[in-house]
Every structure is written in structure tokens, then in C-alpha cells.
Design a protein around this ligand. Structure first.
Ligand code: FES
Length: 91
């Protein structure tokens, strides 16, 4: 069971949705996204085998760093970009 967010927990902001939340240090970014209802492509369910959950740090330390959301754990406040959802071809 997750403990309630603390004001000192890292804040993560997902772009382009703008959804944000605070999570304990060590929370995988993919878990944070799921809890906030942010769609991140996840073919393997977060087992770090498919490489589809790519994110890029937009603000914060390591700006421009790309990683898999399943393996990147929150350690500080971040703004991350999530790839646009690849839906069926638009009409
Ligand atoms: S969901 Fe498969 S590696 Fe991230």
C-alpha cells in the first residue's frame, strides 16, 4: 500500500498532459504515470524488456536525458515528456 504523498516528496510533471503529482523517492516514473492516469506505452507491463516506455527529462537535473519510465526512479523534482500516443491512423 502506498503511503500518502508528502510535501517534500519529488514532484513529477508529465508533458504534454500537464498532470503532476508527488511521489516518494524511488517510485518508478512508470508507476507515477499510471497513478496519475498518464498514458505511457508499456508493452511488457513495466518489466523493462520492451523499451517502449521512453521518456525524456525536460526540466530538472539531467535535462535531455532519455530513459525508460519503468527503470527510472524518482529522486528529485522533474518535468518529463512522454511520447504521444500512437493511436490508429487519423482520418
Ligand atoms: S514498459 Fe517495457 S520496458 Fe518499459
Amino acid at each position: 500500500m502506498n503511503s500518502p504523498a508528502n510535501i517534500t516528496d519529488p514532484l513529477v510533471l508529465f508533458m504534454p498532459s500537464g498532470k503532476r503529482g508527488r511521489f516518494p523517492v524511488g517510485t518508478p516514473v512508470l508507476d507515477a504515470a499510471r497513478q496519475l492516469g498518464v498514458y505511457v506505452e508499456s508493452v511488457c507491463g513495466g518489466r523493462a524488456t520492451c523499451g517502449r516506455c521512453q521518456i525524456e527529462v525536460q526540466e530538472g537535473n539531467f535535462e535531455g536525458f532519455r530513459s525508460m519510465a519503468a527503470t527510472m526512479a524518482l529522486a528529485m523534482t522533474l518535468t518529463v515528456a512522454v511520447a504521444e500516443r500512437r493511436d490508429k491512423a487519423s482520418k
